[in-house]
Write a protein that binds this ligand. Sequence first.
Ligand code: F0G
Length: 449
Amino acid sequence: MATIFEPYRIKTVEPIYITTKEDRERSLKDVGFNPFLLRANQVTIDLLTDSGNGAMSCHQWGAIMTGDESYAGAESFYKFESTVRKITGFPLILPVHQGRAAESILFDCLLGNADIAFSNGFFDTTRAHVEKNKVKAVDINDAEGAADFKGNIDCTKLDEILSNNDQKVGVVVMTITNNVKGGCPVSLDNIRKAAIICRKYKVPFYADACRFAENAWFIKTREEGYGKKTPAEIAIEMFTEFDGCIMSAKKDGIANIGGFLATRDKDLFEKCSHRCILNEGFITYGGLSGRDMEAIAVGLTEALDEMYLQHRIEMIKEFGRMLEARGVHILEPGGHAVFVDAAKTLSHLPRHEYPGWTLICALYIEGGIRSGEVGNIMFGYRDPGGKEIFPTRDLVRLAIPRRVYTLSHLRYVADIFGKIVEKKNDIKGMAIVKSSSYLRHFTIIMKPI
Ligand code: F0G
């Protein structure tokens, strides 16, 4: 196969911070062994998230200079609105400062007296905004159904639940790609089937679309009948099935901040507009500056470029192969990250010694790499008797910012993993020193055993 290379050349470079092992040992100890609390300049390769940290193109920076900062009716808004309309087909669009603002506005206006909401995988802020309305948020993922689309929703279960349910279902949210399920994609077939079920039972069907372009690429390359279509054509086909979407432009908008809410429902849009004015700002800026909207309009279009998507997905796959070759246990690479099975990779550690958290600390100490634990600390909790209850999996997410790191950076990360695997029996587990009762991973204090 021909070499797949970065479909861009680099005009501006940003230094990365090189530290010594002694620096890192001291820094990590100073923040209570919680890499979230490190300063960015203590980190060499930052794979904590793919959100808001993409590299903008010269076209985005150029557009930023044309930003219209008028309070109302800014030209930049109309450019943003027409791009979002073109890409999604939704007529009614509200800009917001980031994805969770769209979640907050949409669910407060939509859920009313609902009891329950379903998803193929609620992201944590999305779940929290549903639950804030005293609505139960339930995942019905179909990981076993289609090997190529492990992000799918379980349509059989959805139909069964909606037909028998005596509870009021407020919304079905399809997260594309499915971040909490390894960043795996959702097929168009699955989106269509779920849409038919939602229409049958008159339940609003919304997309959490922050990685829609990556999802479109997986459909193009894996689903029969889409090979000749462009990602943009596939995106429109996806969005056609939904009543609307919420979007964090910090991912496939390749912007540092921003997002939007889009819908076909005029009454709902009116309600959402009022909420937007109250919390975000007037409906033609929603908490964004004109230059942010310019950057998003260009970024959304660039994210659908075939060469860009092919390179990004292939690079992440290659990263997965490099890790496996060094004895690291991974889940199938998704669109924005590789998830490492920490429990298997550090199999000498029992669950209550937090292999995932131990691995993120080891990655930092060995190589200055920051990653995110998605396991015993993030999803575990203490029951009223003080016993730790653990989720099924203890994972570490290596999220890849867009257009930021090259394959050599990722090879360096894989080599650090190789070192850790080689001497894993010397790596001791960790214990909790102090933690809050919710979202504890952000502020937890740990110690090595
Ligand atoms: N939905 C999904 C699927 C997400 O992955 C995120 C953010 C959001 C909504 C919220 O968007 O951050 O703009 O408010 N995910 C980031 C991550 C933070 O690291 O996965 P936001």
